[in-house]
Design a protein around this ligand. Structure first.
Ligand code: URA
Length: 216
């Protein structure tokens, strides 16, 4: 780029790739346009069904959420912070900031993840109490989960978890004799999935959204 384009730091044309400057102080332009420096990217995606939450499609070359990131935001090191099942839709956070991802995923930090879940059968009144007390799955005691009905005419519920075990919600409902028909993640912490994002679309997260997750 330095060879081909007019790259300037504070108005001075650069040709030396070793030139050091502080990106928080200096202004960089390429062809007259200011380039904003971001150490890390935080991308909010509305994951569609049929793509996997990974950065690599594996031996089966499956389509991943990172494949859906537009070229302008693609960079090495991007990965989804947390996994949704292939058939689960909704909020996936894609970043290249490992420490941030660890923070929001660690069960110790209790960052809540909110899902809407479509169920096969009605839910007996005992189930929300069971989930709130911490269900035991395969001998392991889960953290408390809150469950509430969202619609009175359909079997749609909201469930909030603070950890993310493999197929957790599907296994929780299976353990009480029910089945998940559809699962959609609508929020991570206080950050709601942007309702203007169609399945497969994404946008950069706003600074206040990232901060709210760091503080959560
Ligand atoms: N629980 C599940 O069972 N699947 C998901 O994708 C997320 C939580």
């Amino acid at each position: 780029m330095l060879r081909r384009e007019n790259v300037c730091v504070d108005g001075v044309r650069m040709s030396d790739a070793g030139f050091l400057f502080d990106p928080n102080v200096s202004t960089v332009t390429v062809g007259g346009e200011t380039v904003e420096y971001r150490e890390h990217l935080y991308i909010m995606m509305n994951k569609p069904e049929g793509v996997i939450s990974a950065s690599d499609g594996g031996s089966r070359q499956e389509k991943t959420v990172v494949d859906l990131v537009p070229a302008c935001w693609r960079r090495p090191g991007l990965f989804p912070a947390g996994r949704l099942d292939k058939d689960t839709t909704g909020f996936v956070l894609i970043t290249d900031d490992g420490a941030f991802a660890h923070r929001i995923l660690s069960p110790v930090k209790h960052v809540p993840k909110t899902y809407h879940v479509w169920l096969r059968d009605p839910v007996p009144a005992s189930v929300p109490t069971l989930f709130a007390a911490g269900l035991t799955l395969d001998g392991e005691r889960l953290q408390a989960a809150s469950l509430r009905r969202l619609s009175s005419d359909a079997l749609i519920y909201e469930i909030v978890l603070t950890q993310g075990k493999y197929h957790q919600i599907k296994r929780m409902f299976a353990s009480v004799g029910n089945a998940v028909i559809k699962l959609d993640r609508v929020a991570i912490g206080d950050v709601l999935l942007d309702p203007t994002l169609l399945p497969g679309e994404c946008r950069l997260m706003r600074d206040y959204e990232v901060l709210s997750l760091i503080k959560a």
